[in-house]
Design a protein around this ligand. Structure first.
Ligand code: NAD
Ligand code: TDX
Length: 332
């Protein structure tokens, strides 16, 4: 049995990854999570308490981090400020958590010689033209557009520097947009599903032509575990499932699956600096480590996600009003 430390384990990616680890391995998991507005202890409910230790704390707390690293074999770093619209409103927490937090963890990994996996995003590469034939690969230059993406790019570069300069045993993954259960209602897919449940018309930014490359969160989890087990130290791996869709296509599918007319949505103020298109070429992970996604079909994954939000209103109800008040003030 191994001991795994997961940062941000009460968030969307972290909590789904922990469920996957508890189901697929016999590792013991310790979580460090500050329980910001985005963290929810209930996202880990129902897991065997013997397999999980929850510590409420900030990843910039070097003394706490040091204690936790002393008792672990490997670390998966999911804690982050993660929402672009919040970063446009106030970038400061993004610098604190994504930059200073990652630095604090890397210093502990260096002191204790721990295996470290850094969870990152395809947004570090900026965006692609709608008609570009290339997709993002491990060799694409960094070119972040937004304050959020710039802090994630900075955190990736810190990891690379700590590998090269100090021999930290780290890997990085850059994944495309995730969907699935336990995602905060500020994000596109859960916001629109919960709008429909509440009788509010879905809100699409600008013309809605922007393209995101969707992957089910369970596929992200299995890819991360694959890299943790077999990834080569110092390497970066793209994670994607060939799921490119425009925002209008996604919202129309949500409306159809929920029994409404597919044009029953509004166009609202566009996001500042809105990236046009993301697309991942995941060849390296598939050929080198033999990983493949299980959710081939976006429509059935989305139907499962809609069912989850319908059945778990108590998980999201409290956040919904605050999120909609935030957006209303921005004309979104
Ligand atoms: P999230 O906002 O749902 O969760 C973040 C978690 O981190 C929360 O539980 C929060 O309480 C915790 N946290 C924030 N600041 C902290 C701090 N200073 N100390 C300790 N804990 C803190 O975000 P998410 O969607 O789960 O994203 C997690 C990671 O996955 C991020 O690094 C993000 O870049 C990456 N990622 C996400 C997606 C996606 O589509 N959601 C895609 C690719 C990569
Ligand atoms: O109400 C909305 N209407 C809308 O049209 C919201 C919330 C979003 N959008 C658009 C903006 C994007 O084009 O939908 C798309 C997806 O938006 P988000 O869910 O905010 O995701 P995105 O900005 O693409 O970033 C996500 O994927 C990469 C995660 O939030 C990041 O953490 C991850 O790094």
């Amino acid at each position: 049995m191994g001991r795994l430390l997961v940062t941000g384990g009460a968030g969307f990616i972290g909590s789904n990854f922990i469920r996957h680890v508890v189901n697929q391995t016999d590792h013991h998991v310790t979580v460090i999570d500050a329980l910001t507005y985005a963290g929810n202890r209930d996202s880990l409910a129902g897991l065997d308490e013997d397999r999980l230790t929850f510590v409420r704390g900030d990843i910039t707390d070097a003394a706490l981090v040091d204690r936790l690293f002393a008792d672990t074999d490997a670390v998966v770093h999911c804690a982050a400020e993660s929402h672009n619209d919040n970063a446009l409103d106030d970038p400061r927490p993004f610098l604190h958590t994504n930059i200073v937090g990652t630095y604090t963890l890397l210093e502990a990994a260096r002191r204790h010689g721990r295996r470290f996996h850094h969870i990152s995003t395809d947004e570090v590469f900026g965006d692609l033209a709608f008609d570009a034939s290339e997709r993002f690969t491990e060799r694409t230059p960094y070119n972040p557009s937004s304050p959020y993406a710039a802090t994630k790019a900075g955190s990736d570069l810190l990891v690379r520097a700590w590998v090269r300069s100090f021999g930290v045993r780290a890997t990085i993954s850059n994944c495309s947009n995730n969907y699935g259960p336990y995602q905060h209602v500020e994000k596109f897919i859960p916001r629109q599903i919960t709008n429909v449940i509440r009788g509010i018309r879905p809100k699409v930014y600008g013309r809605g032509e922007n393209i995101r490359d969707w992957i089910h969160v369970d596929d992200h989890s299995s890819a991360v575990l694959t890299i943790l087990d077999g990834g080569r130290i110092g390497e970066t791996y793209m994670i994607g499932a060939d799921g490119e869709r425009s925002n209008t296509e996604v919202v129309e599918l949500i409306l159809e699956l929920m029994g409404h007319r597919s044009d029953a949505y509004d166009h609202v103020t566009d996001r500042a600096g809105h990236d046009l298109r993301y697309a991942i070429d995941g060849t390296k992970l598939r050929t080198e480590l033999g990983w493949s996604p299980r959710y081939g079909d976006f429509e059935s994954g989305l139907a499962d996600t809609i069912r989850w939000y319908r059945e778990n209103e108590s998980w999201w109800a409290e956040s919904k009003d605050a999120v909609e008040a935030f957006y209303a003030a921005r004309g979104q």
